[in-house]
Design a protein around this ligand. Sequence first.
Ligand code: GTP
Ligand code: MG
Length: 209
Amino acid sequence: MTDEIIPIAKATASQIFSGPCDFRLGISNLEQLPPSYISEIAFAGRSNVGKSSLINAVMGRKIAHVSHTPGRTQQLNFFEVGPHFWLVDMPGYGYAKVSKSLKASWDGLIKNYLVGRPNLRVVFLLIDSRHGLKDSDKEMMKMLDQSAVAYRIILTKSDEPKGSELKKTKDAVEDTIKKHPAAFPTALPVSSWEKKGIDEIHQIIMGLI
Ligand SMILES: Nc1nc2c(ncn2[C@@H]2O[C@H](COP(=O)(O)OP(=O)(O)OP(=O)(O)O)[C@@H](O)[C@H]2O)c(=O)[nH]1
Ligand SMILES: [Mg+2]
């Protein structure tokens, strides 16, 4: 049974993820938010965790800006994936080096978008596999729980830590997420550089749209 179903799902995923994908708009305040008529999938996480890189890996092309310098993505950027769904690249949170007022404005934008978007199907909450959960991640998880937004933890840059270190971080993260009602109970390690975990993300998205 499973052998019959998986190839069909994969063919559809490959059509969708290699089909058209266009940058639609970047917004820095919620009044510019487009109407919510199509499913959205958002990528959130601390600055420099690898959100834009993961969006590029998921779409198999360079659409989102990547930078060594934290704080590169400064708006909510919306990408339209054919007629199927929109991907949302978010500014990072927890970046200490921007001014207090800019930080407050990004945090407000992120928070208000996440809690007020009925067509938001899931938030991929990215955690750096080298560092594990930070206080700012825990605050974000609490906020997502309170607003009943479904989220899945993704462990980025899994090409960096040793296998044993990665397992330790994954176990610790999963221990914590058990206590968070809106979180999917397992954490998915990915590497945008090595294209690991990308098929799994395609399948998760396919299950939601
Ligand atoms: N080792 C490794 N580094 C990665 C990977 N993905 C991204 N990076 C690096 O991490 C840095 C940040 O990547 P971005 O994709 O710009 O991260 P971001 O979360 O969008 O950052 P902001 O927009 O500033 O919040 C860049 O130097 C990337 O090359 C990965 O899979 N493995
Ligand atoms: Mg970015």
